[in-house]
Design a protein around this ligand. Structure first.
Ligand code: 5GP
Ligand code: MG
Length: 185
């Protein structure tokens, strides 16, 4: 699916930019107080790239100077439903042995993506694998896993913006919103 006509959709704001920025500062303070030395932040792409960039600068404000790497995992293909399988599309370049790793993802839903990533970095010998997600859809969990840090509880709706997409669109929005199809109103 490609979204040819964005005017067919309205985006209702769920979390605005100021609210997200304030929460990022709180998360950074909590992460800083965990005393994770030699920290490696791993952004789980693509959806987390905006959140990770903002969280990283909030971590600077909390006096942390982590290294950063990226892993691209797919669970969602281009439809709305999860396939259930997680695949590495692009791997990190860093040797994580003995490192404290903070996985950063956009949304924790079934938990399959985060569980896969945690197992992967643990198996590679990371000292600790902590996790931080922007949004937690807690009642959608299939795997028994929780994030160490999360920004907001998210209702069971499909969200876009702040790095998150619907069929490759809407990542540029500076807020998190819900897609409403105009002809369904
Ligand atoms: P999980 O493996 O926890 O089910 O999958 C979480 C991943 O599914 C998220 O990182 C995100 O990529 C995708 N996802 C889950 N819910 C949504 C949503 O409402 N909007 C978007 N854009 N992606 C979602
Ligand atoms: Mg994701």
């Amino acid at each position: 699916m490609k979204i040819e006509d964005k005017s067919a959709f309205r985006i209702d704001t769920l979390f605005d930019a100021d609210t997200i920025a304030a929460r990022n500062r709180e998360l950074a303070d909590k992460i800083a107080s965990a005393g994770l030395d030699n920290l490696l932040v791993v952004a789980v792409l693509k959806g987390s790239f905006v959140f990770t960039a903002d969280l990283l600068r909030a971590l600077y404000g909390a006096n942390l100077s982590p290294e950063v790497d990226f892993i691209s995992l797919s669970s969602y293909r281009s439809g709305l439903e999860s396939s259930g399988e997680v695949e590495i599309l692009r791997d990190v370049e860093t040797d994580v042995k003995g490192r404290n790793v903070l996985l950063v993802d956009d949304i924790l839903e079934s938990g399959r993506t985060l569980a896969f990533a945690k197992d992967l970095f643990s198996a590679r010998g990371a000292s600790k694998v902590a996790s931080c997600v922007l949004l937690d859809k807690a009642n959608k969990r299939v795997v028994d896993i929780d994030a160490d840090y999360f920004g907001f509880e998210c209702p069971d709706v499909f969200v876009v913006g702040y790095g998150m997409d619907m069929a490759h669109s809407f990542r540029e929005l500076p807020f998190v919103g819900v897609v409403v199809q105009e002809n369904e109103i």
